[in-house]
Ligand binder design. Structure first.
Ligand SMILES: Nc1ncnc2c1ncn2[C@@H]1O[C@H](COP(=O)(O)OP(=O)(O)OP(=O)(O)O)[C@@H](O)[C@H]1O
Length: 229
């Protein structure tokens, strides 16, 4: 195996392939190939239980999967989280320990809290809170903003809009568009109406296969049973 000498300068292409995951007899992921590059927002959609979280965990390296290949610019990076500055990941569960003060969380991630939340003045009143003192929606928004502003080439977001109020979802989507200029984002979220216009590429995870949607995306989502109408 070639030792990876990852060079963080210039455009980056993250590729995951050969990913197969089964739980008992159930094959959740069957030979997945996914690609994200810096400057792109990639959407990952799929019905409940289709394996989106398992795929993000695998790419990040939080789930060890035999033979999984995750590469950046062709160099193997498994587990990806071992490489400083490569990738961060917002899991579906809360990221921050409840007792951690927000200012300290921002410091640990190397993020300027004021800058990261500049488009959300309502969050300023929470700066002296601990993570566990925030409402569900505010916690989700803050965690997403911290990871978005952290200096990594890629961010993987599992349901970043979950519980976030509509006015903040719109601003957060704008913030993602702005920041994709310096990183690649992989987002899974059932708020498809907000996700679709944001994305440069949309994948649908369906029966263990990852399908790249390239035609009329809404029609394809209906055909695969993700949308009703
Ligand atoms: N540790 C585990 N043991 C057994 N089955 C698991 C385990 N983790 C996940 N699964 C199963 O794998 C499948 C995919 O789960 P996953 O959480 O990735 O789905 P998802 O697409 O993210 O769903 P949702 O949209 O509901 O969040 C589900 O059927 C789930 O029950």
């Amino acid at each position: 195996m070639r030792a990876a000498t990852w060079n963080p300068a210039g455009p980056q292409v993250l590729e995951a392939d050969g990913i197969r995951v089964a739980f008992g007899a159930r094959q959740v992921l069957a030979n997945i190939y996914l690609r994200v590059q810096t400057g792109q927002i990639v959407g990952l959609l799929g019905r409940n239980g289709s394996g989106k979280s398992v795929l993000l965990q695998t790419i990040f390296g939080a789930r060890a999967v035999a033979d999984a290949s995750v590469r950046v610019n062709g160099l193997r990076v498994v587990p990806a989280f071992h490489r400083p500055g490569l990738v961060n990941y917002l899991p579906q569960e809360p990221l921050l320990p409840p007792s951690l003060p927000l200012r300290q969380a921002a410091r640990l991630l190397g993020v300027d809290l004021e800058k990261a939340t500049a488009s959300f003045p309502a969050l300023r009143a929470q700066f002296d809170c601990r993570a566990g003192e925030l409402s569900g929606g505010s916690a989700r928004l803050l965690q997403t903003l911290l990871l978005l502003h952290a200096d990594t080439a890629f961010s993987l977001f599992d349901e970043p809009f979950s519980g976030v109020m509509p006015v903040h979802v719109e601003t957060l989507a704008d913030e993602m568009q702005r920041l994709k200029q310096r990183k690649g984002l992989l987002i899974t979220d059932h708020r498809y109406a907000e996700v679709l216009p944001l994305c440069d590429v949309v994948y649908l995870l369906h029966r263990g296969r990852l399908l790249k949607l390239e035609g009329d995306v809404r029609e394809e989502l209906r055909d695969y049973g993700y949308l009703a109408h």
